[in-house]
Design a protein around this ligand. Structure first.
Ligand code: ADP
Ligand code: ZN
Length: 848
């Protein structure tokens, strides 16, 4: 470093340029060279990229470069450089010229063989590119990202730099810095101008590089200068009491504080701002340095002895699970037990056994923010052996957790959907809590995978055991269990607690007895709860912003004649549409069920409902929980904590409030308009309604106090409502499965959705039309539905059209990829002009 400074103070010479060059060469030399003969014959590498193109690309492997599948490489791709992943090595000479692999980015594979095989399966089954599948499995720090970085140019004419410029250039000498950070750090005034000038003159340059793995974010700290100098400078400041600029007063304050301290903390004082601190620095009073941000994971009190003793019923269910783990065999269990019946205790004991057997485990939960209690219970028993993969972890923390799992330092990963891909060593157990939850299916971007189903594939591959638990198992899982694919475990009782009482209120009878959105009964129940200082949860579900027409007299929502889903109202065309079959008709003048002309356009939001409830209970403290109120990093946790600690009386929200939370002081739960769920056009809406009522009812009265649930609905006769009211899961399943069988919906078919996305409505529609035509030619009658506009036909400047396929239920990855490959081949020769701008997304096992 010093030598270099000396050099640049002298006129430029060959030597100083050479030094910079040498330094640069060393830096870029993280390729791994080894003359391992075993790899010499593999002269070509198949490389996957995270683009939608479904094929891999062939590159040549320079002699002496050691490659194994699962490592990332740096290559030319198109007219830029990109990170790709080696998925296969071979020596079949291709018929075209290949480019060489430029650099190897990993010393050890970031994806082991098992996970690489799994991504290949995802690639074939969910019909995405292999690279997209790989992308989904890797944490950000170990992914395909490259970034723009700033570095010192190859040769610098040193005597053209002034002192300040040299100081700035020095910062980049040791290593390049991310452009984004650089811009943030020198964003004001002189410094920004200096940076710009150095870039313009080519002293500094911007360069695309692979993102550095798990780079720590650094934060600004401030410290004192050496004492003697400080004393001298202090004596020059205006005497205390005299009028002085703000920074001088700030400095007097800082002299009393404990330093070093992070800037974030210092600027809590009104006298200290980034600006005054900088000013003090300029005066030579304090100095700044950078420190890595500490990792956030706190050590909650670990208490392994607090593990419960299982009841006899729980033991009976656990024993086949343990047996399967002991014999290293794949086996899957569907654990059905009402909320509070002790499923989590079974997971905990299964995990304990897995660890004793030297196995690792993956625990999937719907959303960490919604399941803090579950995570807490695991952490309390197993402490630091568990890596918690919050969605709010920073890139570096995520990469660290990944490494800790890969090295075997941690044995268990717990987290949402993507935790499924955690590189747990020797995994013996997969737990999928709330297996019916829709967050396990990824919608966007590709791969549109279902974490439960991929977990089953991964477990089979690794001879591991899967436990899927739910109070309301999905129809798919229940059906699979009936077919003998999973072992059904039933936990019928709720130890030490009654099931909440569910009352159904027929909105038809309350037309003149409503208090805003509340029936008189629910209104009075809330009043009662508030007067007893108990809490209330109100659920107002509004999904997907679908608008629909509802009869104000009888509550009827028009249905598609052959698909048994609700018709969506499309304002633009003033039509009612079925997004499954494409059926459409003009908006009716009168209700087709009762003849009333009192038709209402539905689709109001939780915010509006919140305002009305607030007016009805002016003294109550309200909290709202929906996607809009929970966009902040800790928003969920905050709402949750505030409600749990009794700082609010009423929690009002979308289906988010029905998930996983346990509030002992809640005695009244209201579902304001249950059939909103049914209005969303999906074959699963009945199932979702049943789950919703059952799950939200589970929030009530989990402690000593018995809960009461009020379900307001226009459709008291809907089977989902009645069965949920009677806590009759199996009754519901019977009726629902019968209906699915009649209409050939899953599990009696496998749905695949092709989505056509374009800025032009006409092109999206035309492409969908042509595609549907070629599918119809190739597939059995009745299996192709559409084309039709999507439920949300227009979003962010794009139009969406859909074609839905009902495939044979048993169609596997081979079947799907072969069939779709053939269809896309035909598409290539038949596609209409202008369809190049239409993006086709494939969603296998579409859940809507
Ligand atoms: P679920 O996961 O099915 O909702 P939990 O495992 O959370 O059920 O159990 C509900 C409550 O009952 C929890 O407070 C749990 O600690 C308690 N519980 C369940 N099984 C036992 C047991 N065997 N011994 C003691 N407490 C238990
Ligand atoms: Zn009507």
């Amino acid at each position: 470093m010093l030598a270099w400074i000396k050099v640049i103070r002298e006129p430029p010479d060959a030597d100083s340029v050479a030094k910079v060059k040498n330094y640069r060469r060393k830096r870029s030399d993280f390729s791994v060279y080894a003359g391992n003969a075993a790899f010499m014959s593999n002269r070509f590498a198949e490389i996957a990229f995270p683009t939608p193109v479904r094929r891999c690309f062939t590159y040549s492997v320079p002699a002496g470069l050691e490659l194994v599948p699962g490592v990332r490489v740096w290559v030319s791709f198109g007219n830029q450089r990109s990170i790709g992943m080696v998925v296969r090595l071979h020596s079949e000479v291709p018929s075209f010229r290949t480019k060489p692999v430029l650099r190897v980015l990993d010393r050890k594979p970031v994806l082991d063989e098992g996970l690489l095989t799994l991504t290949e399966w995802i690639h074939r089954f969910y019909y995405c590119s292999w690279g997209e599948a790989i992308q989904a499995t890797l944490p950000p720090g170990l992914n395909f990202q490259s970034e723009k970085r700033v570095r010192v140019a190859e040769s610098v004419v040193v005597n053209e730099l002034n002192e300040l410029e040299k100081q700035m250039v020095e910062e980049f000498l040791e290593r390049s810095a991310a452009l984004q950070e650089v811009r943030k750090r020198w964003r004001d005034g002189d410094e920004a101008a200096r940076l710009k000038s150095l870039l313009r003159r080519g002293v500094l340059e911007i360069w695309e590089e692979p993102s550095e793995i798990g780079e720590r974010r650094s934060v600004v700290w401030w410290d004192r200068r050496d004492e003697r100098q400080q004393k001298r400078l202090e004596s020059q400041l205006p005497a205390p009491g005299k009028e002085a600029p703000k920074w001088v007063e700030g400095y007097r304050l800082i002299a009393t504080l404990e330093l070093p301290a992070p800037q974030k903390e210092l600027i809590q004082h009104p006298l200290l701002t980034p600006y005054t601190l900088k000013r003090m620095e300029k005066e030579g009073l304090i100095q700044k340095f950078y420190r890595e941000e500490p990792s956030e994971l706190s050590d909650e009190a670990e208490d392994p002895d607090s593990i419960s003793v299982l009841t006899e019923a729980q033991e009976d269910l656990l024993s086949p699970v343990v047996e399967a783990m002991e014999s290293d065999r794949f086996r899957s269990f569907l654990l059905h037990g009402v909320t509070g019946s002790g499923k989590t205790e079974i997971y905990i004991h299964a995990l304990k056994r897995a660890l004793e057997l030297g196995k690792g485990a993956v625990i999937l939960v719907p959303e960490i923010a919604l399941t803090p209690q579950t995570v807490y219970r695991f952490r309390r028993i197993f402490g630091n052996r568990i890596a918690v993969l919050h969605s709010r972890l920073g890139d570096r923390e995520r990469a660290e957790a990944w490494r800790a799992l890969q090295s075997g330092e941690k044995r268990v990963a717990i987290g949402p959907r993507s935790a499924l891909f955690a590189p747990v060593q020797n995994p013996g157990l997969y737990v999928i809590d709330e297996e019916h939850d829709s967050s396990y299916k990824q919608f966007d971007p590709a791969p549109r995978y279902h974490a439960r189903d991929v977990a089953l594939v991964r477990a089979r591959q690794e001879e591991a055991v899967v436990i899927m638990g739910s109070a309301t198992p999905s129809m798919n899982s229940l059906y699979a269990a009936r077919k003998g694919k999973h072992t059904l475990l039933e936990l019928p009782e709720r130890p030490g607690g009654e099931m909440p009482n569910i009352r159904v209120l027929d909105l038809k009878h309350y037309r003149n007895a409503m208090r805003g959105p509340l029936t008189v009964e629910l209104f009075q129940a809330i009043e009662g709860a508030l007067s007893r200082k108990e809490q209330v949860i109100l659920l107002y579900n509004r999904r997907g912003y679908a608008t629909y027409i509802q009869c104000g007299a009888c509550g009827h929502i028009p249905q598609s004649p052959d698909c048994s889903v609700s018709l969506t109202y499309h304002r633009k065309r003033d039509l009612l549409l079925c997004h499954y079959s494409g059926y459409s008709r003009r908006v009716d003048r009168a209700c087709e069920s009762c003849g009333s002309s009192d038709l209402i356009l539905q689709g109001s939001g939780t915010q509006q409902v919140e305002e009305e409830v607030a007016r009805l209970f002016p003294d109550a403290v309200l909290l709202r929980m929906d996607r809009d109120s929970t966009s902040g990093k800790y928003a969920h946790q905050k709402i949750y904590d505030r409600f749990l600690s009794g700082q609010a009386d009423i929690l009002i929200g979308t289906q988010l409030v029905s998930k996983g939370l346990d509030f002992p002081n809640v005695t009244v739960v209201g579902v304001l308009q249950a059939e909103n769920e049914l209005a969303f056009p999906s074959y699963r809406s009945g199932e979702r309604l049943f789950q919703l009522i059952s799950q939200v009812a589970g929030r009530a009265g989990r402690a000593e106090k018995r809960g009461h649930v009020w379900v307001q609905t226009w459709k008291p006769d809907h089977p989902a409502v009645g069965f949920a009211q009677r806590h009759d899961y199996h009754g519901f399943a019977k009726s629902e499965l019968e209906q699915r069988m009649n209409l050939l919906y899953p599990p009696y078919s496998r749905l695949a959705k092709f989505e056509f996305k374009s800025r032009s409505s006409g092109k999206a529609a035309q492409s969908a039309e042509v595609f549907a035509g070629l599918l119809r030619r190739n597939l059995p009658a009745g299996s192709v539905h559409g084309p039709a506009p999507a439920v949300i036909e227009w979003m962010h400047g794009h139009y969406y059209w859909e074609v839905i396929l009902k495939l044979k239920p048993g169609l596997n990855a081979d079947g799907i990829s072969t069939l779709f490959d053939r269809m896309f081949e035909e598409w290539e020769s038949e596609k209409p002009d202008g369809s190049g701008s239409v993006r086709i997304n494939v969603n296998v096992d579409a859940t809507e």
